[in-house]
Structure formats: structure tokens, C-alpha cells
Ligand binder design. Structure first.
Ligand SMILES: *[C@@H]1O[C@H](CO)[C@@H](O)[C@H](O)[C@H]1NC(C)=O
Ligand SMILES: *[C@@H]1O[C@H](CO)[C@@H](O)[C@H](O)[C@H]1NC(C)=O
Ligand SMILES: *[C@@H]1O[C@H](CO)[C@@H](O)[C@H](O)[C@H]1NC(C)=O
Ligand SMILES: *[C@@H]1O[C@H](CO)[C@@H](O)[C@H](O)[C@H]1NC(C)=O
Length: 469
């Protein structure tokens, strides 16, 4: 009975609301706190459930907002830019900048009283070894095997688990393979941009310092090059100064976030959810500020369960008192509201994006400039990052509505070169496989210079002063 009620989260609502898959990305009233309290919205066509392994079709239409397995470019749905498709322009794809959040994983946030279910990661091996650049013998391929020693008294009240949270799950790894295979089919086999082997002059990869993003890279890149037997560099900046995942420290970032979280709108979203927060707080022992002041922790904990074949949590002292589908849906709507608010709809949004992601956006623009100047030998760059990196980039693009950028969510910046004497560069931006819908229109075909002009205001001229101001 419990699991059939959870299936409703995924299956019934798109039909009830008669949404196309693409519409599920853009709830028109997301910036209103009434969106959170209106239970008839359900998940607005979103899907928040996946089996442990990803080899079961959840029955959702491909292309829908699917928290566990976000859609990505696939040959069956991929369309050429309209003027190329209709023959009014002849153009070739010359560059792809691909950003993606890691694939699905276990949660970061364990319930304060522990979890009422074991979390199993025995089916995925996180490899960890260092090898010599050349010459000496290769190392033995050791992997992490998390276990619990029964004599450790701190096990009590934690989780019965073989996972290190928030590690990638087997479902995430398998989805990564699929993601890579589909990227190859579109950008390798069809459009002939990605080379048949990872030629370091033409391809470039980056992750954060977080194992999750590195593990996702291994899966996705294997999907792209299933037979390549060598190793590939995955670039990282030092985590103390990294321009992704809030690596460099920046005082003003905290000040601006506090201001954002003190507005009347922010407080309104907390008041409309006071009943929900107090019910879940007492059921799950989650009454501290870190659980109650944003919807980050509840969302993370619930999606970590639902996306990996587990159920919603229950009260430890009364195992029949469990989080309901309606409560989980309200948590997810509140989480979406917060993401839209952080990156689209707060009074300090431009400065906040500059502080969090301005340098990274600047790095992307300098690669675009290199392409424009004909100085780039790289044709394909792929960066494996986090939701808190995707959100600001989507905000800078002016996405019409921003739901939480979910597992494996992706942005494909395509640069096309038109043929003929007055050859010029055009851009197009896909979000999860479809041209992104923004306040600047649908970014299906615009001069590269116009895309740069959209993003440039988010690149601070002096980040050091801005951080110290
Ligand atoms: C939501 O966005 C729409 C369109 O941008 C705007 O007209 C409306 O005032 C916004 N509402 C809130 C509560 O911010
Ligand atoms: C092709 O598509 C472009 C962009 O939508 C449009 O401006 C143009 O008129 C179309 N041309 C033809 C021949 O349909
Ligand atoms: C932990 O979970 C495993 C199954 O995943 C079970 O066999 C074992 O008994 C559990 N241990 C405890 C202490 O609950
Ligand atoms: C346990 O929870 C169920 C479901 O919420 C409720 O009906 C029942 O009364 C609770 N039992 C106790 C002893 O509180």
C-alpha cells in the first residue's frame, strides 16, 4: 500500500495537469508562495522516484522534469536549430560546452535521530588509488568498502549502511553510462563533433574536488568512449580557491545570502509552511535550524531515498507514522520555490550570482571568446559540478522558471559556424535536451555575441573587492 501511494508522485500528476514534458520544467506560478501551499499542483509533472538500478522504465514521458534522472540530449528527441533544420542557413557545430550536475546519489543529510532503513552501497565500488605518471609499476586497484564495526557505540542512532554519504549510487553510475552513450550518439555519431577517442587537443574535462562529481565523470565518459583503454585527465582547481562549488572564500557571499533570507517573501515562504515544518520536525527529530530554516535538508533526505529504491522515512518511535506523499510533494514544491528565489527572483540576484559563480561564468565566456577568435583547439568541454553551480548559471541565462536543477541536469552550449563568405558564429543553449526558455526568448539560435552579452553582466570586474565589500 505504501509503495503504491508513492508511485502517485511520478505517475498520475502529469496526466491530471495535462502537461507536456517540457512544460513540467516551467511552472508559471513558481515565484509565488501560493505555489508551495497549493496541494493540487502535486509535483507539477515532476517525477521523484527511481528504482535502485536504473534499468526499469518508470513510465514517465521522456523529457519531463525527473529529479532522479534528468533528461539529456538524445537522438530520438534532438532537433537541429530551426534555421538549420529548415534549410535557410547552412551551419556546422564547432564547439560544445557541456555542464552537468553529478548523477544520482545517497543523501548528504542524515536525519538527526538516524535513518529507519539500511542504505546499501555494496553494489558500487568507489575506486581510489594513485599511480605514477610513467615508468614505475601501476598500483593495485583498491576501492572503498564502507562497513560498520559492531563494537562502535556511535553506530546507535546513525544509519545501518555500507555507504559514505553522499556517495554515488549504482543507479547514478548506470544513468551516467546512459547519459554518455546518448551524448556520443548526438554529438559524436550524428554531428561529428566529439572525436572517436578522447584526444587531449580536442576535449577537456573538469570536476569539483567532490568524489561524487569525479565518479559521475567516470561513468559518463565511459558511456561516450566504451572501448577506450587509457586514462583521461579530469581537471580540478585547488578546492581552497575553486571557482565552482563555492571553493574560494568570500565574506560578502554570506552577507548577501543573509539579506536574501530576510526579505518579506522569504519569511512568507516560511510562514506558509509552518505546519508542514513542525509536523516533520517532531516526526523526524528535525527541529534544529539547519532543518527548519530552508527546505534543503528535507528535500535532500527524501529524494536520496526515493531516487534509489527506498521509501520515505518514518517516526522511530511509531513505525506506522511515516512521511506522506502529500508532505513530500509540498517539500519539493518549497525546494523549487527556494531555487527560483535564490537564482531568479530575489532583490540581490545579480550580485549573488556574481559572488557565487561569476568567475566560472567568466571562464566559460573566455572559452567562447577563444572559439570566436579561432584560437580554440578544444571542441568539447564537459564540466561535472553541483546543483549550486547549475542554479546560478541558469539564473544568469534568465531561465523563465527555475526548479531545483536535479540529478544529471545539464546545459549544452552549442556554437555553430555558418557557411559561406560572411561566415559567423551562432549559439544555442539546451537545458536538459531542449532549447532553454528565458526572459530573452528561447535560446535556439542567436549570435554568439548576443549570448555573451546576456552572461557578461554576471562576471564581476573585481571579485576580490566584491567579496570584501
Ligand atoms: C512572478 O513573476 C511574474 C512574471 O515575471 C511577475 O509578474 C510577478 O509579479 C511575480 N510574482 C512575484 C510574487 O514575485
Ligand atoms: C527558418 O526558420 C527561421 C527561424 O525560425 C525563420 O526565420 C525562417 O523564416 C525559416 N525559413 C524557412 C524557409 O522556413
Ligand atoms: C543492517 O542491515 C542489514 C541488511 O542490509 C541487516 O542484515 C543487518 O542485520 C542490519 N544490522 C543492524 C544492526 O540492524
Ligand atoms: C502511530 O502513527 C499512526 C499513523 O500516524 C497513528 O494512527 C497512531 O495513532 C500512532 N500510534 C501511537 C501509539 O501514537
Amino acid at each position: 500500500m505504501f509503495s503504491s501511494s508513492i508511485a502517485v508522485v511520478g505517475a498520475a500528476l502529469p496526466v491530471a495537469l495535462a502537461l507536456t514534458p517540457l512544460e513540467s520544467f516551467y511552472p508559471p506560478n513558481l515565484n509565488d508562495t501560493a505555489y508551495i501551499s497549493d496541494s493540487s499542483i502535486g509535483t507539477y509533472g515532476g517525477i521523484y522516484q527511481a528504482p535502485t538500478r536504473n534499468n526499469v522504465n518508470t513510465g514517465s514521458p521522456y523529457g519531463s522534469y525527473d529529479y532522479c534522472t534528468m533528461p539529456h540530449p538524445r537522438t530520438t528527441e534532438y532537433e537541429l536549430p530551426e534555421p538549420v533544420k529548415n534549410g535557410s542557413v547552412r551551419a556546422t557545430l564547432v564547439y560544445l560546452e557541456y555542464l552537468q550536475r553529478h548523477q544520482r546519489r545517497t543523501p548528504y543529510n542524515i536525519l538527526p535521530g538516524g535513518e529507519n532503513q539500511p542504505y546499501n552501497c555494496d553494489d558500487v565500488f568507489p575506486y581510489l588509488y594513485a599511480g605514477p605518471q610513467s615508468g614505475a609499476q601501476a598500483p593495485l586497484a583498491v576501492y572503498a568498502q564502507t562497513y560498520m564495526d559492531p563494537t562502535n557505540p556511535f553506530n546507535e542512532g546513525y544509519v545501518n549502511t555500507t555507504c559514505q554519504f553522499p556517495q554515488l549510487t549504482i543507479g547514478g553510475l548506470l544513468d551516467g553510462y546512459q547519459h554518455g552513450q546518448d551524448i556520443w550518439a548526438v554529438y559524436g555519431a550524428k554531428l561529428r563533433l566529439i572525436p572517436s577517442f578522447p584526444d587531449p587537443k580536442k576535449v577537456w574535462f573538469r570536476s569539483t574536488e567532490s568524489p561524487l562529481t569525479q565518479q559521475s565523470a567516470g561513468g559518463v565518459l565511459r558511456g561516450i568512449w566504451p572501448h577506450y583503454s587509457g586514462a583521461i585527465p579530469l581537471h580540478q582547481q585547488n578546492s581552497a580557491v575553486d571557482t565552482v562549488n563555492e571553493g574560494y572564500s568570500c565574506n560578502n557571499r554570506g552577507n548577501v545570502l543573509s539579506a536574501i533570507q530576510s526579505t518579506a517573501q522569504w519569511n512568507d515562504h516560511l510562514s506558509v509552511t509552518s505546519t508542514l515544518r513542525s509536523e516533520l520536525g517532531s516526526m523526524l527529530g528535525a527541529t534544529s535550524g539547519s532543518w527548519q530554516s530552508t527546505f534543503d535538508h528535507f528535500s535532500d533526505n527524501f529524494q536520496g531515498r526515493l531516487c534509489n529504491g527506498y521509501k520515505l522515512p518514518c517516526d522511530f518511535t511509531n513505525t506506522s507514522n511515516c512521511v506522506t506523499t502529500a508532505q513530500a510533494e509540498e517539500i519539493f514544491r518549497a525546494g523549487d520555490w527556494e531555487w527560483n528565489y535564490y537564482w531568479r527572483n530575489n532583490p540581490d540576484v545579480v550580485e549573488y550570482i556574481q559572488l557565487v559563480q561569476g568567475l566560472f561564468i567568466g571562464e566559460i565566456l573566455s572559452r567562447f571568446q577563444d572559439v570566436a577568435k579561432g584560437k580554440s583547439s578544444t571542441v568539447y568541454s564537459h564540466v561535472f559540478i553541483h546543483d549550486n553551480d547549475m542554479g546560478p548559471v541558469l539564473g544568469a541565462l534568465g531561465i523563465n522558471q527555475l526548479r531545483w536543477p536535479a540529478m544529471g541536469s545539464n546545459i549544452a552550449f552549442e556554437i555553430w559556424k555558418t557557411e559561406g563568405r560572411s561566415s559567423s558564429l551562432y549559439a544555442r543553449v539546451l537545458y536538459c535536451g531542449q532549447p532553454i526558455e528565458t526572459i530573452h526568448g528561447t535560446l535556439d539560435w542567436l549570435p554568439l555575441s548576443s549570448l555573451i552579452a546576456i552572461l557578461q553582466p554576471y562576471v564581476p570586474t573585481d571579485i576580490v573587492s566584491l567579496c570584501n565589500s
